[in-house]
Write a protein that binds this ligand. Sequence first.
Ligand code: KIV
Length: 244
Amino acid sequence: MLTAYDWLWATLLDETGVDGLLVGDTLGMVVQGRESTLPVTLKQIIYHAEMVVRGTKRALVVVDLPFMTFQVSPRQAVRNAGRILKETGAAAVKLESGARQASTIEALAGVDLPVMAHVGMRPQSVRKYGKMSAIQRNAQQLMQDAIAAEQAGAFAIVLELIPREIARDITAELSIPTIGIGAGPDCDGQVLVTPDMLGLTAGFNPKYLKRYADIREAAVTAARQYVEEVQQGAFPDAAHSHGQ
Ligand code: KIV
């Protein structure tokens, strides 16, 4: 699974055979340039998810429920998740969830809204726990959160930033698929934030992140060359000009 936030990238990523595209609330950071995911609104995620769905032919599109669009009550979660699926055509929603959100997952699954859970590091809790870069190591709590999500009706679960041994044990215990990010190789699947794995973002280098390309460098080099050529009058040249 990879994240996507617009039509262009969705078309490109969908071609790769990736199983799932996540319209993550990392949108707040990698697209909007904010410090956390908290400011992302329902309206914004719907706007981006609709573009992603339009650019996707085969991957499963999953959309994050942004901060405070599901925490108030299960009823609020059902209403907002319903809007997301109805207005974007996406297949499922994801919510950051510990055992305390089990009734919310149950409410969503209870009206046949496919829901993916997300345990371990939960960026929407940044105000309570601070920077959030720490690995979550409480094995008992993590197992409890994961089991609660499965029992409540989640069809899959993201495990973020937890030791690989705990992720392995959770994966063995659950019957739904686990999708890891910073959770080691024993999860059923993996997810990365696309701008991070393509080397588009700068200054974010957690141990788990493998950069598969350096698109930032390539883009800056190309744009710099264009600027220089225009300034020097080298572009457009005859090959790129229409004659009579
Ligand atoms: O918002 C997001 O992109 C995510 C991934 C980090 C899993 O939740």
